[in-house]
Design a protein around this ligand. Sequence first.
Ligand code: NAD
Length: 498
Amino acid sequence: MRLIGHFIGGREVKGTSGRTADVFEPMTGTVQAKVDLATKAELRAAVENAKAAQPEWGATNPQRRVRVLMKFLELVARDNDALAELLAREHGKTLPDAKGDILRGVEVVEFALGIPQLMKGEYTEGAGPGIDIYSMRQPLGVVAGITPFNFPAMIPMWKFAPAIACGNAFILKPSERDPGVPMRLAELMLEAGLPPGILNVVNGDKEAVDAILDDPDIRAVGFVGSSPIAQYIYERAAATGKRAQCFGGAKNHAIIMPDADMDQTVDALVGAGYGAAGERCMAVSVAVPVGKTTADRLMEKLIPRVENLKIGPSIDPTADFGPLVTKEALNRVRNYVEIGIKEGAKLAVDGRGFKMQGYENGFYMGGCLFDNVTKDMRIYKEEIFGPVLSVVRAHDYDEALRLPSEHDYGNGVAIFTRDGDAARDFAARVNVGMVGINVPIPVPVAYYTFGGWKRSGFGDLNQYGPDSVRFYTKTKTVTSRWPSGVKEGAEFSIPTMK
Ligand code: NAD
């Protein structure tokens, strides 16, 4: 059995807690590895390593720092197939989707190559008599990232690449469900020339997370995961004076206007609703057709597409999606389907009976589709995180606009229409952080930023893009005057611009 320890000070070390978690292979339902769960002392060892290594790394010129990231990109490309297979085997998503997971992380590493430019400060000559003023961005020191199971390559890279490029040392606490790829990424960073101690991986559960939150030497925490944990981390991190950005769950709506191209819309809905078995924070989980005719046209095309989704083991490159991550996740999603039926929604497609031949113990279920869902139902209010799409019929555009705007979550939303006026109005007024216009998964490119609103995001700076540079640096502002400058004598009142 593969044993996964921690990556501290540039090497893998075995855990000492005696506590481990099972890492499943979702496509077969077997335990394929055990991962050590760290104690507070093990987290502290990682912090000590990071703290010792950071000053020299922070003082290394930014071009040299990004050369390590350039080399890392080469190594990720070299090992892409092996990384994708490891990812698919631990997570359950298909191989092409695993490659997408890696690539969306790589794009943020590419963005971080611009750090020499992005970290530049500002300068004003002659801000006062003989006075020049300038600002500089400095790394925070040791920072941490706590990441979810559903993007084990992308989200760790979103976190550590900008942080390390800015000169920080990083402690990554990946999901205990699929820690293999994050560990490999840390090894590749070392191979690329990163000094030991700058990127550490501490595997674990709540105990490791709490140790991060309470550690006085960790200056910032970036979290991605479910909303209750995001809120908990935000509050506890703030209590110890850390910067925190915590991204949570989602309920992403797709509004379908009467003039939408229905074939394109249905393609978008099946891809974004069921891809990765719905285990994406930007998955479309609610479809909102506007008007009865639109709803009927949508259901007529959508039902056969959901019935014919191809579910397969992760290594089948022709599958639309694979199994869920764990048996627990599968049971939770199945339970939501029961709840929806009891609440009175109409189960138009029932995928619960799906069995994968040859993989009978895998965590599979077929796509489910609910019609006539209403906003008081739990299946509408709560995040299901599985291959289940709910159709909420809206009478008109205003009702459709209110649904995502008034929902507790505010991660992503999409509108399908040919009407530029409607799309423009929607983008301006909807109370959600990321909007797609005929784009179902509007994950912004790496040089914009990613962040949901309301219960989908706690804290004010987004992940990646220019916001990540702001998050992982502090600004220092220097006001200077040299002796040959204007002499004003002693000044006892607050200096003002005369
Ligand atoms: P999760 O909240 O269960 O776990 C996320 C991280 O928190 C993991 O590292 C886990 O070990 C840790 N954790 C879990 N329980 C904890 C506790 N009680 N105390 C302290 N730490 C704890 O989330 P998940 O199931 O791994 O991921 C799925 C969730 O992540 C979904 O809600 C999804 O929407 C969300 N997500 C959000 C985004 C985004 O950018 N908004 C992106 C991806 C996933």
